[in-house]
Each structure stands twice: as structure tokens, then as C-alpha cells.
Design a protein around this ligand. Structure first.
Ligand code: NAD
Length: 459
């Protein structure tokens, strides 16, 4: 693992100075002009554009770091963007053509790492934003990966298992040139799971003529997956939520939590927070939300979803809307569905003291300032949901070493990394008097740009 840079960013400007010496760099990335980093907020009027939302946070952190213009330009652009047509033979015998994306945002610190989502809402802008987020996320928790993301525009809930398998394999074949344990390693995301990862791993292995387990993470344990990976993102959310409660002097027992999204992240975070003594008063999925002030029995809700696929028809709580869930009077709000749910339109109504961003990009840039003004403590996505990629890293290490760890060992190492990363970000936020999101971006950008400076520009 890389050495922590947090101690060296006592003053961001000082941090860069040693690298400005010609001896350290083949290429001086500074332009002769004065700073070009601008808070060009006018460009970010579209708060729903996830790439621009991400970039406005990036710009703020880059400005505070006094990032050099050359590095700024490099980090503002994705390395590679792939668009593929994915023809699939449907069960009816008809052929449908889907569109798939894979974006490698930055690979300076190591192979690209990032999930694949199957969803009707997938766009290239979204995939670019998610790939950038992965870059910053891996850097925040200091694991040796770059960032990537992929997606296919489709509605997997309306597809048969056979159609999904053919879609997955053809998409994998379409992006195979960039895949590989040393170049780009996918993982599950919205509407993809262990089974989809198994198909990707098999397709890749058939193409290269030998079994390559480390080409994906989030695989079934039987074929090289890691114990604890399925629960890792939700577990990470639980760990940082407890750290935030400790920081704010709030007890864990009795803390009320509302969770949006009841898939992998939301349901596991709910189970784990309940086990720690929190009361989960609301849960939701795409079909609606349910509120019960006395607390929802999460194991029971999980059983219900296993049986019925969704929460639709659940009777152990009052039916409310997903929008209403966000503004409930709770201690912790944990969005774990899609992005852009907390916006400038509803941020002023958020009553939670802590927002733990289980989802990627649930809060728009416009909402950040409103939440700050209200004193809401936001644990940003690139920290809060980094548990998944951290255990994906453990899985990749185990696959490459051919030696597998106990679940206890995985969970202990995850707790160490999440706790340390929370403290790194918190101390930077205190030092620079910025919120946790800006501090997390500053930490990530400083780590990625340090490597760029050391490597120089190849040409
Ligand atoms: P998932 O597909 O398992 O679950 C998504 C959940 O969100 C489902 O319950 C779905 O019904 C619900 N949902 C979908 N649209 C909704 C809407 N409009 N309103 C309310 N609920 C809605 O996905 P997941 O793996 O749990 O991922 C959730 C979020 O967490 C995504 O933003 C993803 O990028 C992020 N994330 C996931 C992981 C991981 O390891 N799975 C890691 C990091 C971040």
C-alpha cells in the first residue's frame, strides 16, 4: 500500500514545493501563465449533470491545493472513453442492440478499478463522473488503483437470465482490449452482481485461453471472490457512521436512521447499523418507501425482498414517498440508491444531523452549501462507500497471491482502512476549515497528482 500523504499536507502549497525542483521531474507541468484553476461556477448551472457536479467539487479542492495548471488539465480529463454497441439475441429470436460504455478516468496510481451498472438511466456523462469518483475514492483510502466505470443502457429487470448473460458476455467482448488484472478490473454496481462478474471473468478467460480470476472483483467466493466483499460497502458505511457519531459526541444506541435504497449497500448498512444498536426508522427501494418510528426489523424486510424481489406490498411500516424519506426527522440519512437525490430544491428540508453517502453522488453540488449552512455533517461518497473497493482490492490481492484470508481478517483490515481514512479526512477538514467532502477531494487529488508529478508526462 502507498505511504500516507496526509501528514505531508500540513499546508497544501508547501506540499508541492519539493516537486517543483527540476531534479524531481522530467517535465515541468506548470504553464508560464498564472493560475488557471477557476471556480467557473457559471458552467455548472446544470446540477443534475453528474460529471459537472463532480468537477465543481474537484475545482474547489484543486483551487485550495493551488494545483498546478498542467496537472489540473490532466486530472480534469478522462484517459479513455469507450462506447460499444452490444447486439443481443433475445429469447424471442429478435435481435436488440444496446449501448455500453467503459471509461478509464485515471490509471496513474495503478490498474483502473470500477463497477459496471446495467440501468436505463446510464449515460456517458454519468459513467465519466463515476469513473472519476473511483479515481478519487481509491486515492482517499490509499489503495493502489486508478478509477474506471462501465455501464449498459438496459432494463435488466425485464430481461431473462439468458438474455442478461448474452448481454454481459457481448459487452465484455466489446471492451476486452482494456480489461485485465493489470489494466482495468470491473466490479458489481447497480443491477449487476456476483453472477454477472462470473460471466465477465469466464468470457475474459476464454479469450485469453487461461483462467484469470483477478480480472474482476465481487465474484462468487467459490471462484476467487473474497469473503466479506458482498457486505463490504454497507459495512464501510456502518464504520464511518459510527466514527461520525463519535466525532459529534452522539451515542450509537438509539440513533435513528433512514435509508434510501434497499439493495446491496442499503440493506447491508441497515442490518449492520441495527446490529450496532441504531433504530432504522425508514427504508425504501424503487417502488416506494416505508416508515416506522418504532424501528423496522431489517432481517424481516430482507426476507420480504428475497421473496418478492422488491419492497412493494411491505406492511410493517407506513408507505411514504422516497422524497419524504429524505426529509424525515432522523439522526442519520443514508442515501444508497442513485445520484442527485439531495438537490438545491430539497436540501433545506433535510433534518438529519449526519448524511452518510452510501450511493455515488447522491448530493448535488448546489445542495452542498445548503447542507453546510444547516450544519449537516456529510460523510462524502468517496469516503463513505469506499469499503466496497477496499475489499475489492483485498480480493485482487488474494487472487494474485493465490492465498485467501479469513472473513475476520478481511473485516479487520477493512475497519482499519476505513477508520484511518475517516480520521485522515477529518483532520484535513479541521486543518483547512473545509467540509469533509472538500477535504476528501483535497486528499485524493494531492495523492493522484503527486504520482503524476513523479511519473512525468510520457512523450
Ligand atoms: P443495488 O442494485 O443492489 O440496489 C439499488 C437499490 O436502489 C435498490 O433497492 C433499488 O430498488 C433502489 N432504487 C433504484 N432506483 C431508486 C429510486 N429512484 N428511488 C429509490 N430507490 C431506488 O445497487 P447497490 O450496489 O446497492 O448500489 C447502490 C448505490 O451504491 C449506487 O449509487 C452505487 O454506485 C453505490 N455503490 C455501490 C457499491 C457496491 O459495492 N455495491 C460500492 C460503492 C458504491
Amino acid at each position: 500500500m502507498f505511504h500516507s500523504a496526509s501528514s505531508s499536507i500540513a499546508g497544501a502549497r508547501l506540499f508541492w514545493r519539493p516537486f517543483l525542483q527540476p531534479d524531481y521531474m522530467a517535465t515541468d507541468l506548470r504553464l508560464p501563465t498564472h493560475k488557471i484553476v477557476q471556480r467557473d461556477k457559471d458552467r455548472f448551472l446544470n446540477e443534475e449533470n453528474p460529471f459537472e457536479a463532480m468537477m465543481s467539487r474537484f475545482d474547489r479542492a484543486a483551487e485550495l491545493l493551488d494545483l498546478e495548471p498542467g496537472i489540473y488539465k490532466v486530472l480534469r480529463n478522462p484517459e479513455k472513453q469507450i462506447i460499444v454497441s452490444v447486439p443481443v439475441m433475445l429469447d424471442t429470436g429478435e435481435v436488440e442492440v444496446y449501448t455500453g460504455f467503459r471509461v478509464l478516468y485515471n490509471t496513474s496510481r495503478g490498474p483502473a478499478k470500477g463497477g459496471i451498472r446495467f440501468d436505463l438511466q446510464v449515460t456517458l456523462e454519468e459513467v465519466k463522473a463515476l469513473a472519476a469518483w473511483m479515481t478519487w475514492k481509491c486515492a482517499v483510502v490509499n489503495i493502489p488503483f486508478g478509477g474506471s466505470k462501465g455501464g449498459v443502457i438496459c432494463d435488466p429487470l425485464k430481461m431473462s437470465v439468458g438474455e442478461l448473460e448474452r448481454l454481459t458476455r457481448r459487452y465484455t467482448a466489446g471492451i476486452i482490449a482494456t480489461l485485465g488484472p493489470d489494466s482495468d478490473v470491473p466490479a458489481p454496481d447497480v443491477n449487476t452482481n456476483e453472477r454477472v462478474m462470473a460471466w465477465i471473468m469466464d468470457t475474459y478467460s476464454m479469450h485469453v485461453r487461461h483462467t484469470v480470476t483477478a480480472v474482476v472483483t465481487g465474484k462468487p467466493v467459490e471462484m476467487g471472490g473474497s469473503l466479506g466483499r458482498r457486505e463490504a460497502t454497507g459495512r464501510g458505511c456502518m464504520i464511518v457512521t459510527k466514527e461520525a457519531l463519535k466525532h459529534l459526541g452522539m451515542p450509537v444506541a438509539g440513533t435513528t436512521v433512514a435509508i434510501q435504497g434497499f439493495g446491496n449497500v442499503g440493506s447491508i448498512a441497515a442490518e449492520m447499523l441495527q446490529r450496532e444498536g441504531c433504530t432504522i426508522t425508514a427504508i425504501s427501494d424503487r417502488t416506494g418507501a416505508f416508515h416506522n418510528a418504532k424501528g423496522i426489523d431489517i432481517a424481516d424486510a430482507v426476507r420480504y425482498v428475497k421473496e418478492h424481489k422488491t419492497l412493494e406490498g411491505y406492511t410493517k411500516g407506513d408507505k411514504i414517498t422516497n422524497e419524504e424519506l429524505l426529509t424525515l426527522d432522523v439522526d442519520v440519512l443514508l442515501p444508497a440508491a442513485l445520484e442527485n437525490v439531495i438537490t438545491s430544491k430539497n436540501a433545506s428540508k433535510i433534518r438529519a444531523k449526519i448524511v452518510c453517502e452510501g450511493a455515488n453522488g447522491p448530493t448535488t453540488a448546489g445542495a452542498d452549501a445548503i447542507l453546510d449552512d444547516k450544519g449537516v455533517f456529510v460523510i462524502p461518497d468517496i469516503l463513505a462507500n469506499a469499503g466496497g473497493v477496499t475489499v475489492s482490492y483485498f480480493e485482487w490481492v488474494q487472487d494474485r497471491g493465490g492465498y485467501f484470508w479469513s472473513e475476520e481478517s478481511v473485516n479487520d483490515r477493512l475497519r482499519d482502512i476505513m477508520t484511518r481514512s475517516f480520521k485522515d479526512v477529518l483532520s484535513l477538514s479541521r486543518q483547512h476549515k473545509v467540509n469533509m467532502r472538500t477535504a476528501a477531494y483535497m486528499l485524493a487529488i494531492s495523492r493522484v497528482s503527486t504520482v503524476h508529478k513523479l511519473r512525468g508526462i510520457y512523450a
